[in-house]
Design a protein around this ligand. Structure first.
Ligand SMILES: Cc1cc2nc3c(=O)[nH]c(=O)nc-3n(C[C@H](O)[C@H](O)[C@H](O)COP(=O)(O)O)c2cc1C
Length: 413
């Protein structure tokens, strides 16, 4: 299946309006700007399904003006969750609750996106605030027992972790079917962008990296063997994900410390993924050793941008999404203007300020920045801006010449 050409607008060189607030075409979809809410696990699901918390949590980002709002990593099978409270889409009964989320996001101008994944040997653990500790008999007494986990090889994630079962080729076939079914459920639930999670040391990354994958069959060994499962998953989901809808892939561009998955490998994977219909690659990093939050590259602003740039340069036609400590509007705009990425992902900054897109649009001088917010916010905030402008002018003028704020703007109704 051919991926569509990259739209030329992604290469625009003029800066009016800012590229960050220019629409972007992705297959049949038009993102209203380039701000993407990066997937963020919340450990707040009930039996895999989303709750009212997710509606409010994700909904706030749509109200804040983001173009694409990702639901967190969502497990394609029950044992592929990390914790008992991780999200899943492994049962048809999950569909209605996800549909409620997607309808809200779409009604507020955002594209509903979902990342699907499988924890593999990083499953059966506790949440981050309990340091991802492997579940134990004490957890079982509290009703949350460990469950058997799987991986490419029978190698534990850490000395304390459970040893995973090494998947047989027949089990891999079944597993690919679960990826396909999860994609179908996501579509039925109203998602319009699907991302395959192949990063952060989770199951697909456990096949990619020789650190975790010591198989001697066709799913291990050389680069082609280690990439095989990720590529077969892409083919399986692309076969059921409509042609007119975009498919994203998240990779760890490099492994964790002492990693053996390199940037050259990432470029090869991105090229093969593009040939199979992936539209956007998100370049993250790390996770093959220890927690997904372990830092293989220095955490400076835009720490993953060079990876996104290299993939974008070396795989013409493929879009990239840059994520990782991008917090300043001017920085986000510069990444786009320099052609280092096509989309900008934010995670923690949006937890701090869910209205970041509207604030960034104002900072970059985008026209109608308040239109990114609901009308019931924007109309009032426009009045408030008038009042503040008049007040500032009054403060700058001699007392006799100044108008009072009430002359030009109302602040209630
Ligand atoms: C609370 C939280 C949960 C996260 N969960 C996921 C996840 O489900 N899938 C994923 O690929 N990355 C996940 N990440 C990584 C983010 O998507 C993002 O790549 C990373 O935080 C760097 O971006 P930032 O500096 O803007 O936070 C998570 C990050 C945070 C802070």
């Amino acid at each position: 299946m051919n991926a569509p050409d990259r739209p030329t607008d992604a290469r625009a060189t003029h800066s009016d309006p800012p590229l960050l607030f220019s629409p972007m075409r992705l297959r049949s979809l038009t993102a209203r700007n380039r701000v993407v809410v990066s997937p963020m696990c919340q450990y707040a699901s009930t039996e895999g399904g989303p709750t009212d918390f997710h509606l409010v949590h994700l909904g706030q980002f749509a109200l804040g003006g983001a173009a694409i709002v990702f639901s967190e990593e969502t497990a394609i099978e029950e044992r592929g969750r990390k914790t008992w409270h991780c999200a899943g889409i492994y049962d048809d009964r999950h569909i209605p609750a996800y549909r409620r989320l997607t309808e809200f996001l779409s009604a507020h101008g955002a594209i509903a996106a979902i990342q699907i994944g499988h924890s593999g040997r990083k499953g059966a653990i506790s949440p981050p605030w309990q340091r991802y500790r492997p579940l134990s008999p004490e957890d079982a007494l509290a009703g949350e027992p460990p469950w058997p986990i799987v991986s490419s090889s029978a190698l534990p994630d850490s000395p304390q972790a459970q040893t995973p079962h090494s998947l047989s080729t027949r089990e891999i076939e079944t597993l690919i079917g679960h990826w396909r079914e999860a994609a179908q459920r996501a579509l039925q639930a109203g998602y319009r962008i699907l991302e395959v999670h192949s990063a952060h040391g989770y199951l697909l990354h456990q096949f990619l990296s020789p650190i975790a994958n010591q198989r001697r069959d066709g799913y291990g060994g050389d680069l082609a063997g280690r990439m095989r499962l990720t590529l077969e998953v892409i083919e399986a989901v692309r076969a059921v994900w409509p042609d007119e809808l975009p498919l994203f892939l998240r990779v760890s561009a490099v492994d964790g410390s002492n990693g053996r998955w390199t940037m050259d490998d990432t470029v090869a994977l991105a090229r093969a993924a593009y040939e199979r219909g992936v539209d956007v690659v998100t370049t993250s990093s790390g996770g093959i050793h220890g927690p997904g939050t372990a830092a293989p590259v220095a955490r400076v602003p835009g720490y993953h941008v060079p990876y996104a740039e290299r993939v974008r340069c070396e795989v013409p036609g493929l879009h990239t999404l840059a994520v990782g400590l991008i917090t300043e509007p001017a920085h986000a705009e510069e990444i786009l203007q320099r052609g280092q990425a096509d989309l900008i992902g934010l995670a923690r900054e949006l937890l701090w300020n869910p209205h970041w897109p509207a604030h960034a649009a104002q900072a970059l001088g985008a026209p109608d920045h308040l239109d990114l917010l609901p009308r019931g916010y924007g109309w009032w905030l426009a009045r408030r801006e008038d009042i503040r402008r008049v007040t500032a002018q009054a403060a700058a003028q001699p007392a006799s010449a100044a108008a009072t704020p009430g002359d030009t703007a109302s602040d209630g109704g």
